[in-house]
Design a protein around this ligand. Sequence first.
Ligand SMILES: *Cc1c(COP(=O)(O)O)cnc(C)c1O
Length: 288
Amino acid sequence: MHKHHRALGLATTPSITNTGIDIAKQRPVQPVTLVRPHAASRAARFFAEKFPGRSMYAVKANPSPALLQILWDSGITHFDVASIAEVRLVAETLPEATLCFMHPVKASEAIRSAYFDYGVKTFSLDSVEELEKIVDATDHAEDLTLCVRLRVSSEHSKLSLASKFGAAPGETKELLFRARQAADALGICFHVGSQAMTPEAYANAMERVRAAIVDAAVTVDVIDVGGGFPSSYPGMEPPPLERYFETIHRAFESLPVSYSSELWCEPGRALCAEYSSIVVRVEKTPRR
Ligand SMILES: *Cc1c(COP(=O)(O)O)cnc(C)c1O
């Protein structure tokens, strides 16, 4: 148990560490969830202050309303939602928050309700089909921020998303061109895969972004580097997050985008991993 807690970076708060250890000593029959509001607050303030752009929380990582409130109170004002249920949840919990619907595959009625009932204006997409769906479902709205998701390598990540989402190089030019025509603001986004163990993952993805912008010759207003920011686990110590931020900032500054363009990121794990853990009684460990 102690090792588990150290891995989650808890050693700095004795009272809560002790609570966890006390609970573990009681060997609870039912699993017990431990929450650490201060750790989530610290992570949120870190991103809000140090990331060289806007940080929005990827709600699917942990949609607990208590956590959403802590993040909001600590400076996170934008939330990456992946379903209409998440749209509703965040809108009810934080009525003033800005929501961005960043799942590249959405149901028409979800897009429609997000736009008309909840004022969601930012959507991601990775196909012409999805672009047409968004345009239709919003009745050809003229105030949309459309983020084209590029397929990038997940080779440095513990959880790959490469085969699942993102436009392939051969599809990107037309998609960017068509999204530019439909959008008020055009963005490019990607996800390097979860728990990216080196900042190089972002540097490589940004090269893909550069190639796409040059190839399509469009004006881009938003670069969204997605999630993937790592947390520490036993036997898995990533470089400090500041190094990721530096690498991303340098790459962003060198892209052929307008001076007014914005840099966004969508951390999930990095904002919630230390917020909660669970104590379970292990009945049997497998033989090695
Ligand atoms: C899951 C997800 C995230 C968060 O990823 P982490 O690796 O937890 O930071 C961000 N953006 C999108 C689109 C996602 O699906």
